[in-house]
Design a protein around this ligand. Sequence first.
Ligand code: BGC
Ligand code: BGC
Length: 679
Amino acid sequence: MPISPNCVHATPAFVFSATIAALLLSACAAQGPAPPHVEATPQTVAMGADNGLADWPHVSSSIVRDAATEARIEQIVAAMTLAQKVGQMTQPDVLEATLDDVRRYYLGGILNGANSQPGGYKRATFAQWREQAALYHAAAMQTDMAVKIPLLWGTDAVHGHGIVYGATIFPHNVGLGAMHDAELMRSIGAAVGAQVRATGIDWVFAPTVAVAQDYRWGRSYESYSSDPALVRAYASAFVAGMQGDLSKDTNAIATAKHFLGDGGTAGGHDQGVNYATHHEMIDVHAQGYFGAIAAGVQTVMVSYSSWNDAADGRNYGKMHGARALITDVLKKQIGFDGFVVSDWNGVAQVPGCARESCPRAINAGIDMVMVPEKWKLFIANTIRQVENGAIPMARIDDAVTRILRVKMRAGLFDGNPDRARGDENSLLARDLARRAVRESLVLLKNNDDALPLKRGARVLVVGKSADSLRNQSGGWSLSWQGFKNTNADFPAGDTILAGIREAVGEANVVFREQGNDVDPRAFDAIVAVIGELPSAEMKGDVMSINSIAESRRYPEDLAVLRKVAGRGKPVITVLLSGRPLYASDLINLSDAFVAAWLPGTEGKGVADLLFAGADGTPAHDFRGTLAFAWPRGPCQSSFGPNDGDPLFVPGYGLSYRQPQNLGALPTPTKASGCPTRPN
Ligand code: BGC
Ligand code: BGC
């Protein structure tokens, strides 16, 4: 039986409908943290004809169409040349397009890729970010167009404005899910909007609303939960916080991504094939879009993945070419009236297409094409494809209309093209992030009240991640993979070690990363901070050994625990990971075990929970509970009908209020390895 002290779910993680999930959530929440606000399921609009779309609901956006704006857009579009229209639909990487390019090609968008800081310099200053944004925005106002069209700049602030040196980094989504606190999500969305706007950037490629199902997927950490109701509530809260009504200086445009089904690819292959049935797609993977669109999200990014609805005999293929889903479902049936952006070179994966040419993607309904490098060829090819009839002019006009609608709604036309608001302090949201860290930690084991530790205790700290802002922050931090970062790359952050030192006093802490040359018996307790190393996207797929056993991938973590365990002193393990992992061997070596996910720059938020207050009673209690099921075996990376029970069900999480001992866990052998992944 799965272990579930706080709340009992009989249902495995991925199969329940949104409505059941909402009920379960509130049932759990009655004993634990406050429930997120979950709206009623949007109303289904019958389409009549059996085109397979009748079950998709219509969703009303909180940002409504305005007749005067629409009339103004129509006028502008009518006066634009084809080159100007195609330019508006094109989004290069900022390091691949000069200011003169913005003027000459009428570029509608620009992005900084995950490795594209100003000048290619990772430690670019706040002033440099701001100046670069001001110059690019100004260039767009210097075209020879009759009505100048402001430029939209996008960035991946997926856990705070993580690409900017000195910015606060929040926990990755996998941790935020464990908070089960939609109000806090709203505040985080607002804070990230303010960070981004301070640097002069308008548009954020977040939230990721993937409902991850197989933990071998390298992007599992970008998913809030396997529970579609929670993903939906969070999508809505984050968008509401970040965008507001788009009128404030701190509001930024949000993006729901990646449409559709990125979290459900077979075997967890990044960019792979999702075989969901029609109803699973609606009840599980699409829920985040319903929440985001209801809250007014203005852009949707298309997924690299494919959908093959084998049960219905409908193979939609690569999402970037799927007109039935982008145009018929998202725009017509659901009623999304913002614009759709493709993913980084995503059009290249559509059969018959290349990075620089893809009429099929545009005809499928993609409005802005993220074509980081080959954008000049793309513009030339697209113009030719319109001229020779491969792309209808009406499609181009629709795309440009949508882009202008979003730009107008966001206030880009309202005056000052310099979009930077606020100062360097807007990059900091340390108290808020620290609170999010505290709320996201899940206590999996706490035998004999090993935690909290007393102030003034003598603590031996071990483990490769105790003094590592790199490992705390994970991917999408200063660079795409986040792998080469050092502590010096995070000038406004604290390691977990720093938090421990502050809590018990520097003199009471000894740090030995590998646990060598020290006698654990000389201490009151040992804190081990271990876990996964940073990665992003497909690089984080667990492929080579195909097992989600932590100690199999990181034997050094098991080794360090073996050095300190069984010496008569309590061992407290803090696991940093972008997903639930099989860790029963590590849990057995620990008296207390905390899943801390990827907490970001505020390591003191972890220490806040490990130590009692000055009076000896807990200063903060654990509030986080699992938003994903926790594996019982080294090959249990998903929880479909044939995968068996999890060790800990969603909703599990101990607290100081509810002490409970955990017996020794079975550690199934893994010698024969795990079955290979389906494709
Ligand atoms: C990712 C997106 C991201 C984009 C821009 C892609 O590789 O899939 O999530 O927004 O790059 O960096
Ligand atoms: C870019 C990212 C992008 C990734 C996709 C990286 O080089 O910096 O923004 O998501 O490539 O492959």
